[in-house]
Write a new protein. Structure first.
Length: 150
């Protein structure tokens, strides 16, 4: 369920997560009937793109970079990605970066400037503005509220 939602909130991903919830609950109700889900040996293109984004969080990727990497025209790439995830590739990439920043803020004592640099923002003030716009609070406030081990 989590992996499905991590790939975006498109209707397809939401339906899949909803359906896997029943499987998840059935495993608790009938533990002896537990069977493994068949894993797909060749992940979908969207999964490959997301894996590529995750592996390159410290870079400043553009839609053009991603389209070239996966051998698509920019417009076709944008349409494919939006159809599968419900959002643009760049917005998705920013969400991945901020998700990683949230993890680092909650689980480490790294300085904001180090976290910003680690996810591809050379200017910590710009990172703080983006973080505040998306999360509704500054990175410092987020850390105070969500710090693990306080």
């Amino acid at each position: 369920m989590y992996n499905s939602l991590e790939n975006g909130y498109s209707a397809e991903n939401l339906i899949y997560a909803n359906l896997t919830l029943y499987y998840f609950i059935a495993n608790f109700l009938f533990p002896k009937k537990n069977t493994e889900l068949v894993s797909v040996s060749n992940p979908e293109l969207t999964d490959k793109i997301i894996d590529y984004m995750k592996a390159n969080l410290a870079k400043k990727l553009t839609v053009e970079d991603l389209a070239v990497e996966f051998s698509y025209s920019v417009s076709h790439f944008q349409n494919l990605f939006r159809k599968k995830t419900g959002i643009s590739a760049i917005d998705y990439f920013i969400q991945l970066k901020l998700q990683k920043a949230c993890q680092l803020l909650a689980l480490s004592d790294l300085r904001i400037k180090v976290i910003a640099s680690g996810i591809g923002y050379s200017d910590p003030y710009y990172f703080s503005r983006i973080f505040n716009k998306v999360m509704g609070m500054s990175p410092v406030a987020y850390r105070k509220i969500n710090k693990i081990g306080n």
